[in-house]
Design a protein around this ligand. Sequence first.
Ligand code: 2HA
Ligand code: ZN
Length: 270
Amino acid sequence: MNVLDTEFLKGFAKLANDGWLHNFHERNGGNLSYRMKKEEAESVKECFNAKEWKEIGVSVPALAGEYFLMTGSGKFFQNIQDDPEANVCIIEVDDKGEKYRQVWGLKNGGKPTSELPSHLMNLEVKKKIDDKYRVVYHAHPANIVALTFVLPLTDEAFTRELWEMITECAMVFPSGLGVVEWMVPGSMEVAIATSEKMKSYDAVVWAHHGLFAAGEDFDFTFGLMHTIEKAAEVLVKVKSMGGKQQTMSVKNLKDLAKDYDLVLPEKFLK
Ligand code: 2HA
Ligand code: ZN
C-alpha cells in the first residue's frame, strides 16, 4: 500500500493543516509525530527505502523496533497537506532504542524534526503509561505563549487559571498542565524536562516558546492543543479587561469532579 493512501497519513496531514489554519504554525514552527501501529508499518513496508542509522541522542528502549511518522526539520506545516512526501518522513528506531533511520519521505532531502529527542522521549513515557498514546504535537499558539510572560511558571498557576476559564477544561485535561522554564529548543535538556512532566500530564508548556500535547489519536491531541489555547485566549482577554471580577470556585471544581467522575489532583484545588 502507498503511504499516501493510508488513513494514518491522511489524519496526520489533516491535523497539520488544522494547526496551520488556527495560526499555531508560523513559518517552520511546530512539529508532529505519530507512533505507527504494527499493522500500519507492515502495510506500507514495500514503500520503504532505508537510509543510514543515526544516533537519536537519547535512549528510548521501550520504542525499540517501532516506526514513527513525523514532520521534517525546517518544513512548514502549511505545505504538509499539499505534499506530504516532501515534508514528512517515516523513521525506524533500532533494537536498542538508541539509533534511528529514515525509511520513507522527505523526497527532496532533509531530516526529522529538530525536536526528535523530545518527541521520542515523550512517546516513550506515554507508551509506558498506556499503549493507546500515539501522537505528540508541538505548536506555538500565541495566547499560551503570552501567558508565560505574566503567570508564575508553575504547574499550579497554569492549570488552575486555565481550568477556570472554560468549564470543560477540567474534563479535557483533568490531570492538569506541566510547565518547563525556558530551555534551548532541540536540546536533550528540554527533552528530559518535558518527558519528566509528561509522566504526570498530557500537555506541557514551554516558557516563551509553545506547547507540547500528547494523545491517543489526531483528533484528541489536536483537541487538547486547541482547548488549552482557547482557554489561554479567554484568560488574555480577561486580563486585558482588567482582570477577574468573579470566577469558578474550588467548590465549583469539586462539584464538577463529583458529577463527571474526574480525578483532579488536590494540589490544583487550593
Ligand atoms: O521550528 O518549533 O521547537 C520547529 C520548532 C522547534
Ligand atoms: Zn517550537
